[in-house]
Design a protein around this ligand. Structure first.
Ligand code: CP3
Length: 342
């Protein structure tokens, strides 16, 4: 059997029709997701119930036939497993206990103590290895340390990550100890996901763009490099996708510097620019604006064709520049895939 399209793109193959999947493809824009989530009761119960998490992972594959599935979980399960309290407020987002001083840090568990808590995620992956179609690749994931730290420090999402920047400036040893702990836990977590059957892993650094200059290199690039080196030592040949969102010029050279097999780019950078400066080093994923999944029409069609053409000279995974939003129309996803696949 020919290798899965996503794996071929990650290995550097240029294809006439690139493989496609969508960030947050299992989500509230799908009525079948909303039904399963209601059955689970709340979002975290959905994440920690393997049968239901596997079901919502499979829903977008059945409906759209994407080339990859991403295990249904959340980047904030790692802080939860490290012993931070985590809950989700419907309509608002995540809440966590905050880490602002040594005492707050000292309650965290060691990195290798996370597995009991995260065992349901590994079980979800095992179910998916049996239930996914043969041509669909299975992606595991985690948050990158900086992004996870921004939530652990602030106790919630923040527009400018100010509490995390303040701790970085005010108590750098504590900030760096926290980043180290998350880095070690992430290596353990992704390694266990690969053992369970994940074929690719992705690191989401959603707030990388708020780190500037040396801070970007020390706290976005370096931890990513360290995680990838550890994973490559334990699991040679398993590709890694890195997503330093809103890195801008810092996307250039990021794959080479970190050892990532693919760099995912957001939609604030131009596709032609990214083809010239980022795709020269290997596979690029992205970068359609999620708003097209709400507005649709000819503008969507034109944009799919423009992005496809821009990246046609090298390895490319078609995706959005960020997650699809709850107000998106599933019909527009179908239109996107029909346009891409011709
Ligand atoms: O389909 C998939 O992409 C897989 C599942 C997935 C989720 N979250 C499920 C989810 C993935 C890969 C994530 C990653 C994630 N989680 C990130 C990084 C990517 C990004 O969006 O920048 C971040 C920052 C989080 C943290 C998080 N989880 C926030 C801030 C929120 C609230 C905001 C929102 O979108 O509701 C969540 C909740 C969440 N994670 C939902 C889903 C489907 C919605 C929860 C619900 O059903 O009510």
């Amino acid at each position: 059997m020919a290798e899965k399209k996503l794996m071929r793109a990650l290995a550097g193959e240029t294809m006439a029709t690139p493989p496609a999947w969508m960030m947050r493809q299992a989500g509230r824009f799908l009525p079948e997701y909303r039904a399963t989530r209601a059955q689970a009761g709340d979002f975290l119960s959905l994440c920690y119930t393997p049968d239901l998490a596997a079901e919502v992972t499979l829903q977008p594959i059945r409906r759209f036939g994407f080339d990859a599935a991403i295990v249904f979980a959340d980047i904030l399960l790692v802080p939860d497993a490290l012993g931070a309290d985590l809950w989700f407020v419907t309509g608002e987002g995540p809440r966590l206990s905050t880490i602002t001083d040594q005492a707050g840090f000292d309650v965290l568990k060691p990195a290798d103590a996370i597995h009991d808590h995260l065992a349901p995620v590994y079980e979800t992956i095992k179910i998916l290895t049996r239930e996914l179609p043969a041509e669909t690749a299975l992606i595991g994931f985690a948050g990158a340390p900086w992004t996870v730290a921004t939530y652990m420090i602030a106790g919630r999402g923040t527009p400018d990550q100010a509490p995390a920047h303040a701790l970085k400036q005010g108590n750098r040893p504590l900030f760096e100890a926290l980043l180290d702990r998350i880095t070690e836990a992430t290596i353990e977590y992704l390694s266990a996901q690969i053992d369970a059957g994940a074929e690719v892993v992705k690191l989401f650094d959603s707030w990388a763009g708020s780190l500037k200059g040396d801070d970007f290199d020390k706290y976005a690039l370096e931890p990513t490099k360290r995680i990838i080196a550890a994973l490559k030592a334990r699991h040679p040949g398993v590709p890694v996708i890195a997503f330093p969102r809103e890195a801008g010029e810092k996307y250039i050279g990021f794959a080479k510097a970190t050892g990532a097999d693919c760099v995912a780019i957001d939609n604030s950078v131009d596709a032609d620019w990214a083809a010239q400066h980022v795709q020269v080093d290997g596979c690029v994923q992205g970068n359609m604006a999620p708003s097209h999944m709400v507005t649709g029409g000819q503008a969507l069609v034109d944009e799919v064709l423009r992005i496809k053409a821009a990246f046609s000279g090298g390895p490319h995974i078609f995706n959005l520049g960020h997650g699809i939003t709850p107000d998106a129309d599933p019909e527009n996803v179908t239109l996107m895939l029909e346009t891409l696949r011709g």
